[in-house]
Design a protein around this ligand. Structure first.
Ligand code: FES
Ligand SMILES: [Fe+2]
Length: 454
């Protein structure tokens, strides 16, 4: 396949992706490049602001911070959410810190101006001492921010001119509608401070080229059909598969849920055809059905995993530009979110999502205190990913190193993502950006470089 070269017609982008398979190193630390991302990208994209479990009841609210912006996300009576800029219209104090409930509205801690849950100003102390032009009623409410609910999450966009959420996150949205994303609940939530650029952190999860070297425990002999089918042993295959499921379950602390591992173990003695291809298919089909039955029997909502398989949607990774991932396996999923804290620092959230019986009340999760990337509590698989990151960030500063060289065949996830970043930095209009987003908002693993037509 030919390498796709980028043609720019809009604002010049420093350190641009002039070749799709080469990433200039400055993109990961140059302060001007970072500034451009703040101004042109994070101010214009839909961002996953919170999971709805964080704000379960009407008027529950939480604070979403991105760079120097703070947004209050409030649950509404109709099950949706609204967002408001977290800044008092008097002298600019952030009205809230963290989360809570605003049944009685918000009161600014400085001079006591008050706002209703919908942001309307309800009280100005000593109002008579202000000139009329400073108390114009249209001008005193908390400023609304675009907000939409999808997939059990509230999403915000700081750009009033952006297209609706769904247009910007397809085909991710359609895929995860089929997964019944809205019926996942968080079982736990951790966050980590990573001493690297946010794109570098994300890119550790945009390809699976690294798995053999970084996660050798996931390379389990016997899981795939042998070259010589006459040497295939269904028992060995089942044991390898169970070993893989247990390793994923422990390593990702529940990406394969322990409940599903138990369901799989109960199938250990099932009869399988001796032909490897049919044995694999039979095992997968039976396990999918058994998992679905187990969760439906408990009263949980779960899609038919074999229907997802037929529709080609049973893939273990979904990506949503610029910072959200869902990695589903069987009943459950891991979910990631990345936010820059500076040119060389990133905050990463990980949620473990699973199905709960309808009507059961999950606890309202509190935002976690971020751990260091090497904290011994980090689950075994992410800690392997994290261990490379600071070495890579430091390595990029080497004088002799100019650019990353990507495999155009299997590291396209990284290349396509970086070029979409450039589309935003160049200030391209949404009509140009939307087709590129449709190309990258899907499983990035093992993808080639594609023509984004930017
Ligand atoms: S800054 Fe909020 S009341 Fe003065
Ligand atoms: Fe990894």
């Amino acid at each position: 396949m030919a390498i796709v070269d980028q043609k720019w017609s809009a604002l010049p982008v420093p350190f641009a992706m002039e070749r799709a398979d080469r990433v200039p190193k400055e993109r990961y630390f140059d302060p001007d490049f970072y500034r451009l991302e703040v101004d042109q990208l994070w101010s214009r994209t839909w961002q996953m602001a919170c999971r709805l479990e964080e704000i379960p009841r009407p008027n529950d609210f939480t604070e979403y911070q991105i760079l120097d912006q703070s947004v209050i996300v409030v649950r509404t009576e109709d099950g949706g959410a609204r967002a408001l800029q977290n800044v008092c219209r008097h002298r600019g104090v952030r009205v809230v810190e963290g989360g809570g409930n605003c049944d009685s509205g918000f009161t600014c801690p400085f001079h006591g101006w008050c706002y209703a849950a919908d942001g309307a100003n309800t009280f100005v102390s000593k109002a008579r001492t202000f000139a009329e032009h400073n108390l114009h009623p249209d001008d005193l409410d908390l400023t609304p921010v675009r907000c939409e609910v999808w997939g059990g999450c509230a999403w915000i966009n700081l750009d009033d001119g952006a297209p609706p959420l769904r247009q910007c996150i397809e085909p991710f949205a359609t895929t995860f509608d089929a997964w019944k994303m809205e019926s996942f609940r968080a079982e736990w939530w951790y966050s980590f401070r990573l001493p690297v650029n946010w794109k570098l952190a994300e890119e550790a999860f945009l390809e699976q080229y690294h798995v053999i070297e970084t996660h050798p425990q996931l390379v389990i002999p016997g899981r795939f059909p042998p070259r010589d089918p006459t040497t295939f042993d269904p028992r060995t295959f089942v044991e390898s598969e169970l070993h893989y499921l247990r390793t994923m379950s422990d390593g990702m602390a529940g990406m394969v849920h322990a409940d599903d591992v138990r369901v799989a173990e109960a199938l250990r003695h099932m009869q399988l055809p001796s032909d490897p291809t049919s044995a694999l298919a039979t095992w997968q089909h039976t396990l999918n059905d058994a998992v679905v039955r187990w969760h439906r029997d408990r009263g949980s909502v779960i899609p038919d995993l074999n229907e997802l398989e037929v529709a080609g949607l049973n893939e273990p990774m979904g990506y949503c530009f610029p910072h959200f991932y869902v990695l589903p396996m069987y009943s459950s999923a891991s979910s990631y979110r990345f936010r820059p804290l500076g040119p060389e620092e990133t905050l990463m959230d990980i949620w473990s999502l699973t199905r709960f019986p309808v009507g059961s009340t999950a606890e309202r999760p509190t935002p976690p205190e971020p751990w260091d990337y090497d904290d011994p509590r980090v689950p075994p698989i992410p800690i392997q990913d994290f261990s490379n990151l600071p070495r890579q960030q430091r390595g990029l500063h080497a004088r002799s190193f100019e650019y990353m060289r990507l495999s155009e065949g299997i590291e396209g996830g990284v290349a396509n993502f970086e070029r979409t970043v450039d589309g935003f930095l160049a200030g391209l209009p949404y009509e140009k950006l939307l087709p590129a987003l449709r190309q990258i908002n899907l499983n990035p693993l093992e993808r080639p470089v594609v023509d984004l037509d930017l």
